[in-house]
Design a protein around this ligand. Structure first.
Ligand code: UDP
Length: 442
């Protein structure tokens, strides 16, 4: 059990906080109690201000509930911290502001502002032992798993996420979740519909799947040595495909096109379909390395400026010591050098090739040379090595959760990115909107 818990500290997508895990796990009740007191003090300070500010609204909402539903609150029996049951309150009636009732639970110390979802008795009894740490914290009025899921940003199962929350929760984190909750609700909104297996956006068929399923697919194809091409599609790719028919054809011929980023999520919202997860290359890479380490399959990294693929490889080997990276090469080469590049890749005997020379050239290159390349799976990964080599810092988690990673990239490389984001993103959304209107008027 301890081993499983230990692996949960420092999730792949977040900055690990091993010191905190250590305090809580080894030390000590004293450390944990101290942190809990600080958390509770913050909850109380915030809920007092919220109750003062929102009390007129709550009074009106309570009155409306009483008049229309005959009762002020709906009460749900749930399991809280230390598995103590309590009644979760929501204002009755199907109007806005039901959640305001939860402020009373926070004031009573039954809920925190953010935390794992409050489970009902049956769900709680089915939580496996490795995830019991989720009961060491108060459930949240806002669940950070739900928040991230809404934006298609969460790649961990809820239980994993919740257990990890116990080790990574901080006061700053609580404030961050609260600041994010509103824009996130606007961006992510409610579930828009039923998830379909494919998303058709601007004529490109994108697989609507989870990160784990996409990884299973890659590993299976690589293990079975089935020649496979995988592409990622973000708004910029779809804008290019709109004009470049050859690239559009490559996306349609690829074995899989995966949804990359908030732009695709917004397009899905416009179309009234649900995107299951944001399966972008940057989040997929470390998870892929983790799987490869387990399976013994090997990787070749091609792309970016000289030395960056090697630096990304070193970063991954530091995290996954048994990972086999059988070769790296920079991504600036001439057509005359191509046979030598292909020969080098093939001689490395890699099972999977990642090509990070930017879309659409990487995907066109893979398609053109697919038959000559011996790695079973070839994936176009864009500027991935720039991030993992540390050349460009990736947007912090909170910026990603606000759906603003594109803004971060724009700030990092304004001259290269302004057209892509400031002109390309609105253009893309306008095209999707026209597509929706067109199909609605048919
Ligand atoms: N690049 C390359 N060879 C080239 C042109 C570009 O290896 O001939 C690299 C470049 O250094 C960068 C990546 O391709 O690492 C492109 O990054 P970008 O962010 O534009 O790609 P995206 O993820 O948006 O497709």
């Amino acid at each position: 059990m301890m081993e499983k818990t230990a692996t949960l500290v420092g999730p792949l997508s977040r900055r690990p906080r091993p010191w905190r895990a250590k305090v809580i796990r080894d030390a000590s009740s004293a450390g944990a109690i101290l942190m809990d007191c600080a958390q509770r003090a913050l909850d109380l300070a915030l809920v007092t201000s919220a109750l003062v500010l929102l009390s007129p609204l709550m009074a009106v909402r309570g009155l409306l509930a009483r008049i229309t539903a005959g009762r002020v609150f709906d009460r749900e029996s749930v399991v809280g911290m230390d598995r103590v049951p309590f009644e979760r309150l929501r204002f009755a009636g199907d109007y806005a502001g039901r959640w305001l009732g939860g402020l009373i639970n926070i004031a009573r110390g039954e809920l925190s502002w953010d935390g794992p979802r409050a489970l009902d008795e049956e769900e709680a009894s089915n939580v496996p032992p490795y995830a019991w740490v989720r009961f060491n914290v108060r459930p949240g009025l806002v669940s950070s798993h739900k928040l991230r899921k809404r934006l298609g940003l969460c790649n961990e199962a809820e239980l994993e996420h919740d257990s990890e929350f116990f080790y990574t929760q901080t006061l700053r984190g609580t404030l961050g979740v609260m600041a994010r909750a509103l824009p996130n609700a606007l961006l992510g909104g409610r579930s828009t519909g039923v998830a379909q297996p494919h998303l058709n956006i601007c004529g490109v068929e994108i697989v609507n799947t989870t990160m784990n399923e996409a990884l299973d697919f890659i590993i299976e194809r690589a293990g079975d040595r089935i020649a496979t091409q995988i592409c990622f599609a973000n708004p910029d790719c779809l804008n290019i495909a709109y004009k470049n028919r050859a690239y559009a054809q490559i996306l349609s011929d690829a074995d899989r096109v995966l949804p990359d980023g908030i732009g695709i999520h917004l397009a899905c919202r416009l179309k009234g379909v649900e995107m299951v997860e944001n399966v972008n290359g940057t989040d997929l890479f470390p998870r892929l390395c983790e799987r490869l380490e387990r399976t013994g399959l090997s990787l070749y990294l091609l792309g970016a400026r000289p030395g960056l693929a090697e630096r990304a490889a070193t970063a991954m080997r530091d995290r996954f010591p048994n990972l086999k990276i059988s070769g790296c090469r920079q991504g600036y080469f001439t057509a005359d050098e191509e046979p030598q590049v292909i020969d080098e890749i093939n001689r490395s005997n890699a099972d999977i090739l990642l090509v990070g020379t930017g879309a659409p050239s990487q995907d066109i290159w893979i398609a053109r040379h697919r038959a000559e390349l011996t790695p079973a799976v070839c994936i176009g990964v864009g500027g991935l090595f720039d991030f993992y080599s540390g050349r460009i810092p990736r947007a912090p988690q909170w910026i990603r959760e606000l759906g603003l990673e594109w803004g971060w990239r724009l700030a990092m490389e304004p001259r290269r990115m302004w057209q892509r984001y400031l002109i390309g993103n609105p253009k893309f959304l306008y095209r999707v909107w026209r597509e929706v209107r067109g199909s609605a008027s048919k």
